[in-house]
Design a protein around this ligand. Structure first.
Ligand SMILES: C[S@@+](CC[C@H](N)C(=O)[O-])C[C@H]1O[C@@H](n2cnc3c(N)ncnc32)[C@H](O)[C@@H]1O
Length: 393
């Protein structure tokens, strides 16, 4: 392909990549209309290993996404224009260029000063960049967080922020984990998979790890829905299975996640994580009905718990406080913190437990703490504690 117009076009493309001014390159207009590959959309992404070019291969029924280093990407772009396509539209911060190849091999370039606004998630202001970016993010689009132009839909902005916050919070815990390729992540009560997809994306495409991930969910329609999206996004090591947290047959998880799993489903998940010896257990509890029903306050605290809302909040604190103590009793170092502002969701508490090798010092103290708290509130049974008692019988 030695043609002056082509040389100019590829020079501009290379310069756009180098200066990070490229917004996107769209390669289209098939030479041979029998192919299933309809177009290619290429944009810049920055991952831990450096700048990459993200290729979205648009097929008739699915999109496949791959990242290439800039050198390899240039070879692939040239080849696709030689063999498969006749047009390339280059959108950069300061101009748009259209490359047209005729059937007879003539090449023209048209320039247009109409300039696209930089994509919302790839500006030079890296402070504003979110970890989970929107550019050609297939799973976020399929989940309805983005529109067809890969922009965050106004009504889904809170969800998008929540997903990013979740990843930001987990990032330091994941960084310090010593895991081998093929480590297993189980997401218990994965629901529509918003956070499951984001975590898989983060682990594989940003952290450069190689997990196997399973979303566990009782609702068949959600399992099917998520498996379809995983396939569309080419998330080959992410699977969703139908099952109950309590009994699902699962490979031993190294990381166990349970976000907003209803009431005692959080306890079932923690129990499975602890008994499997998971290195990291992360949960964001949901409703706290079990302990509230158990409350039987007969001491001075009655003056407070007589107010329904205060009793409810107290039940939340006690439920999650005891969960953290149980984790500690089993050798986990715990952190309890706010997940995201209550403006975004009232279910905003996160409990993280990191398994400390050989650590058992906290055990006695933690168990004494649990006993004392139960006594103050007249609690006979904490569901999670009961699971361990039943196991020991
Ligand atoms: C509130 S949704 C949260 C979904 C997701 N984790 C998130 O944070 O976006 C809770 C999900 O857990 C599922 N679930 C509840 N109990 C379960 C159980 N025992 N086993 C499997 N899934 C369960 C529900 O069907 C529901 O989809």
């Amino acid at each position: 392909m030695e043609n002056r117009q082509l040389v100019i076009f590829f020079d501009k493309l290379q310069s756009g990549i180098r200066k990070k001014e490229l917004i996107k390159l769209v390669i289209s207009n098939q030479r041979d209309h029998t192919s299933d590959l309809k177009s290619l959309i290429i944009s810049i992404v920055e991952i831990k290993k450096g700048v990459r070019l993200n290729f979205v291969y648009r097929y008739k029924t699915k999109d496949i996404t791959k990242n290439f280093d800039p050198e390899e990407a240039m070879i692939l772009i040239k080849k696709s224009l030689e063999d498969d396509f006749l047009n390339a539209d280059l959108f950069s911060n300061n101009e748009t260029l259209r490359l047209l190849i005729t059937g007879h091999g003539k090449v023209k370039i048209r320039s247009n000063q109409t300039v696209l606004k930089p994509a919302a998630d790839f500006t030079h202001d890296h402070k504003k960049e979110r970890i989970i970016t929107t550019q050609h993010n297939i799973y976020l689009r399929e989940l309805g967080i983005l529109n067809v132009n890969f922009e965050v839909r106004a009504e889904m902005n809170d969800k998008y922020l929540q997903i990013n916050r979740y990843i930001e919070l987990l990032e330091p815990f994941i960084r310090e984990l010593q895991v081998k390729d093929g480590f297993h992540v189980a997401d218990m009560g994965s629901g529509k998979g918003y956070l499951t997809f984001a975590l898989y994306d983060f682990l594989t495409n940003i952290s450069g790890k190689a997990p196997l991930m399973t979303g566990v969910e009782t609702r068949k329609e959600l399992v099917e829905f998520c498996n379809i999206i995983a396939e569309k996004a080419s998330f080959t090591n992410l699977k969703f299975i139908r099952g109950d947290i309590r009994e699902v047959v699962l490979e031993k998880p190294d990381i166990l996640i349970a976000l907003h799993a209803c009431d005692t489903a959080t306890d079932d998940a923690i129990f499975r994580g602890i008994t499997a010896g998971a290195s990291l257990i992360v949960c964001a509890p949901c409703c706290h009905k079990q302990i509230r029903k158990e409350f039987n306050v007969t001491n001075e605290l009655k003056a407070i718990t007589k107010h329904g809302i205060l009793e409810e909040r107290q039940a939340e604190i006690i439920t999650d406080g005891i969960r953290a103590l149980i984790l500690e009793a089993h050798g986990y170092k715990t952190k309890v913190f706010e997940f995201i502002s209550t403006d975004h969701t009232p279910k905003n508490l996160m409990i993280v437990g990191r398994k400390m090798p050989g650590k058992s010092a906290g055990t006695k103290k933690s168990l004494e703490g649990i006993r004392a708290i139960k006594e103050i509130f007249g609690i006979k049974k904490h569901y999670l504690e009961g699971l361990f008692v039943a196991q020991d019988k």
